[in-house]
Design a protein around this ligand. Structure first.
Ligand SMILES: [Zn+2]
Length: 342
């Protein structure tokens, strides 16, 4: 089985974007504020938007199940206040839930949280509870920077975030550390802000001792771990300077990297540097980079090709990256699969 741990609903019907634009217009002019009930998207529209896109590519490229969450760049936690984020997250998560009901064998949910800059993360708990208990979601996306590129929140190791971590431990769910749109002109959203955030999260976790407080807490660092695997010697050296344990003990019991690296040399490096137990298959397809690589003739985000082609992995290790590790890191996914006899 091939589990893609990083997919977003980037192809939702346009009515969703129109509703969001009306919601944003309503922040300054409450007469324009739309009700959640005014958003109408039929099951046929949902089905069509998935079948023509994600599901088509999953079939063509040979992946079976995607951990699916709302479009990351649309989370835009910096817009409006908590109420705006809360209504928006609730709508986006419900759509994911509907997709997972329409295609239960192909998609399982991960939640967007209603984060808002300067607001206590514990306000996200009711939505998190709803997504896990009522929708059967198996993970969350946690935005370390709800300000959208201005980094006004404390580091991930700060007690500020503990209410979320306590819930993650209670439910035994991991978080993908995932920022959203950059509203800082210095940082391109997917080219700089995403990769910066992945790298920043790794360094914050090295500087702190978070996993002493939460030994079972698990984070997935997307986009191949940002710059961390490429600079692994730097991070090992910094950990040593900081008198931290070896990264295999300090970090790698709790931190995992996905394979959203869009070329062969990147995957070769990732699978050489990072232990195979810590690598999870992912493509983030129909995401940041949708084109075809002229050097290969294949889509950049067809990441399975790179896993297949790398000389660093044998069949058993590929199985770990495709399925085994995901079942371990996402126990609720494993339980859902076992309940279906898989
Ligand atoms: Zn993503």
């Amino acid at each position: 089985m091939i589990i893609d741990c990083h997919g977003h609903y980037t192809t939702a019907p346009k009515a969703l974007e129109d509703w969001r634009n009306a919601q944003i217009a309503g922040i300054n002019d409450s007469s324009k504020k739309p009700s959640p009930a005014s958003l109408k998207i039929s099951d046929d529209e949902l089905r069509d938007s998935i079948e023509r896109n994600q599901l088509k590519f999953m079939r063509e490229r040979g992946s079976d199940l995607t951990i699916f969450s709302p479009r990351a760049s649309f989370m835009a936690h910096h817009i409006g206040d908590f109420e705006v984020s809360s209504t928006w997250a609730s709508i986006c998560n419900e759509l994911i839930h509907r997709v997972t009901k329409l295609f239960p064998d192909s998609f399982i949910g991960a939640a967007m949280l209603p984060q808002s800059p300067g607001v206590d993360p514990k306000t996200c708990i009711p939505e998190l509870d709803r997504c896990v208990r009522d929708y059967g979601f198996v993970a969350i996306n946690l935005n370390p920077d709800p300000s959208g590129g201005h980094w006004t929140s404390p580091p991930l190791t700060d007690k500020h975030w503990y209410p979320i971590y306590e819930k993650m431990v209670e439910y035994d769910i991991p978080a993908m550390v995932h920022v959203s749109t950059s509203c800082n002109a210095c940082f391109h959203t997917t080219g700089a802000h995403y990769i910066n955030a992945d790298t920043t999260a790794v360094m914050q976790l090295i500087q702190g001792d978070l996993f002493k407080d939460f030994p079972t807490l698990r984070f997935v660092i997307p986009h191949g771990g940002g710059a961390a695997p490429y600079h692994w010697g730097r991070y090992r050296g910094l950990a040593q300077e900081l008198k931290k344990p070896l990264l295999k003990d300090h970090l790698l019991k709790n931190v995992f990297f996905d394979t959203c690296v869009y070329h062969q040399p990147g995957i070769d490096l990732l699978t050489k540097v990072i232990p195979v137990e810590n690598v999870l298959f992912a493509s983030e397809m129909i995401g940041a980079v949708r084109g075809i690589d002229p050097e290969t003739g294949h889509n950049y985000d067809d990441t399975k090709r790179y896993i297949e082609a790398t000389l660093n992995l044998d069949a058993q290790q590929r199985h770990m990256i495709y399925e085994g590790n995901a079942r371990r890191v996402y126990p609720r996914l494993d339980a859902a699969l076992k309940a279906r006899g898989k």
